[in-house]
Design a protein around this ligand. Structure first.
Ligand code: MYR
Length: 185
């Protein structure tokens, strides 16, 4: 039998991270499954996941701004780059790409090729209308609302439904200018 050798701190840490990621993925799957049982209608589950994400997003923005050192973005384009490159990395451990901008610079796609939420997931035929990852669109919508951007976010592509990537379409509906409580004279 091979002698027991102590594993390096890095190896232990990587293992703990992997187990945490798996636990997170499985827990999310259990939540979706429970919602399907309780709510029965796939559309209701989509709404509930979006709302849960929104509730997370309005809180998560503080942690994001505190930890990321990101300063105010000059426009929606920069904000979307920050979400794809910094936000996804910080909270999901993956990066995404931004593309398909419209001429006005108010709509774009965020494309994910790697999505840890869906490891181990296969949807049955009864769930064809399910937006399994709707929590993510809710998180982004909630986070952006806290920095004065009202958005509409929809899934355009979903690998669980046979597409070749995950694509979220972000549309900026309204940007509320921030008001300061006092004037500089
Ligand atoms: C600003 O102009 O104030 C900066 C705005 C940055 C918004 C970043 C929102 C991060 C949302 C993270 C989403 C993660 C999804 C897993």
């Amino acid at each position: 039998m091979a002698p027991l050798a102590p594993r390096s701190g890095d190896a232990v840490f990587a293992n703990v991270e992997r187990v945490n990621a798996e636990l997170f993925t499985l827990t999310y799957g259990a939540i979706v499954r429970q919602l399907l049982t309780d709510l029965e209608e796939v559309e209701e589950v989509n709404k509930q996941l979006d709302q849960m994400g929104y509730n997370i997003g309005i809180r998560l923005i503080d942690e994001f701004l505190a930890k990321s050192n990101v300063s105010r973005c000059v426009d929606f384009k920069e904000t979307c780059d920050v979400i794809a490159k910094v936000g996804f990395k910080m909270f999901l451990g993956v990066t995404a790409t931004v593309s398909n901008w419209d001429a006005e610079g108010t709509s774009c796609s965020i494309i994910l090729e790697d999505n840890p939420l869906v490891d181990f997931v296969e949807l049955p035929d009864t769930c064809q209308g399910l937006n399994y990852c709707n929590i993510l669109s809710g998180v982004i919508r909630g986070a952006l609302e806290m920095v004065s951007m009202k958005t509409e976010i929809t899934w355009v592509r979903d690998m669980l439904h046979g597409d070749d990537a995950y694509e979220l379409r972000l549309k900026l509906l309204k940007q509320v200018p921030e008001e300061y409580p006092y004037k500089d004279d």
